[in-house]
Design a protein around this ligand. Structure first.
Ligand code: APR
Length: 280
């Protein structure tokens, strides 16, 4: 144990201390922050992992730089690359992971204050996390609209266009603008409920950060909005952001599903978790 850290805090820097903290009823409001790393086990590539990340595999789209595929000004000029990608990413083909199921389990036990996700795959919804507990900070494929007149379009025709590799346009002949899913592109505003939900971080007793490089702001600032003395746990292949710099940080580095299963074992929730997951 790190003697320099005050005994009354989590201090032991291990998952078993986090489990004790939860079992002692000290974590009534848990906030979870997720990124693409929580969905890689579902078969969806993340963005920045060397070699396997999406940004390392877009060469065929001849982009000026990888993130252009999600840049609104580039999209206006060249909407095709995004639609090629949308075909691969469109929700419905993928199944939630056991880490997604753990978030649902937290909600069922009344411990989930809020989930902030950067992902657009809707797997948290699919896993059964209550919609009113989810902030999709970077939007999702759930709805789509014209980027000029903002007219909303139903999901069906959109999906057909994407499947056929066509770029959907606004049906209003005075507009003819490009129709895009409500995914937040670089250069666009985050959904209004992102700012409105930030208070959950300062009220959190515990924050779990799962599968994110914490490189994209303002989402990446969320872990730093917690109050001092409140534990923050990172489930990630590598250390990221400011995680590990506070006395109560716990770093569970490695595959997030393994780290989550380890926490579930420490909590005595493992059987319930696996049952919930197979039932999704
Ligand atoms: N277990 C744990 N960590 C993992 C796993 C896994 N199975 N797979 C990947 N990771 C980690 C990677 O090591 C990396 O640190 O998850 C992180 C994923 O980081 P990114 O690929 O940058 O994804 P994310 O943080 O969600 O990106 C944020 O960038 O392009 C924008 O809008 C896009 O929402 C996205 C945002």
């Amino acid at each position: 144990v790190d003697e320099s850290v005050p005994p009354q805090t989590l201090a032991a820097r291990t998952l078993s201390a986090v489990a004790e903290y939860i079992k002692d009823g000290k974590a009534k409001r848990i906030v979870v922050l997720t990124g693409a790393g929580i969905s890689t086990a579902a078969g969806i590539p993340d963005f920045r992992s060397p070699g396997t990340g999406l940004y390392a595999n877009l060469a065929r789209l001849n982009l000026p730089h990888a993130e252009a595929v999600f840049d609104i000004s580039y999209f206006r000029q060249n909407p095709e690359p995004f639609y090629v990608l949308a075909r691969e990413l469109y929700p419905g083909k993928f199944h939630p992971t056991v880490s997604h199921a753990f978030i649902t389990l937290l909600a069922r036990r009344g411990l989930l204050s809020h989930l902030f996700t950067q992902n657009i795959d809707c797997l948290e919804r699919r896993a059964g996390v209550p919609a009113d507990k989810i902030v999709e900070a970077h939007g999702s494929f759930a709805t789509q609209r014209c980027i000029d007149c903002r007219r909303e379009y139903p999901d069906g025709p959109m999906r057909e266009h994407v499947e056929r590799g066509q770029v959907p346009r606004c049906e209003d002949e005075t507009c003819g603008g490009l129709v895009k899913p409500d995914i937040v592109f670089f250069g666009e505003q985050l959904p209004s409920d992102f700012e409105r939900s930030l208070h959950h971080l300062s009220m959190a007793d515990l924050v779990l950060v799962i599968g994110t490089s914490l490189t994209v702001f303002p989402f990446a600032k969320l872990p730093d909005l917690t109050l001092d003395g409140k534990p923050r746990v990172l489930f990630n292949l590598e250390r990221v952001g400011t995680m590990g710099t506070q006395a109560d940080d716990v770093l569970e580095l490695g595959d997030c599903d393994s780290g989550i299963r380890k926490l579930a074992d420490e909590l005595g929730w493992r059987e319930e978790l696996e049952e919930l997951w197979t039932g999704i």
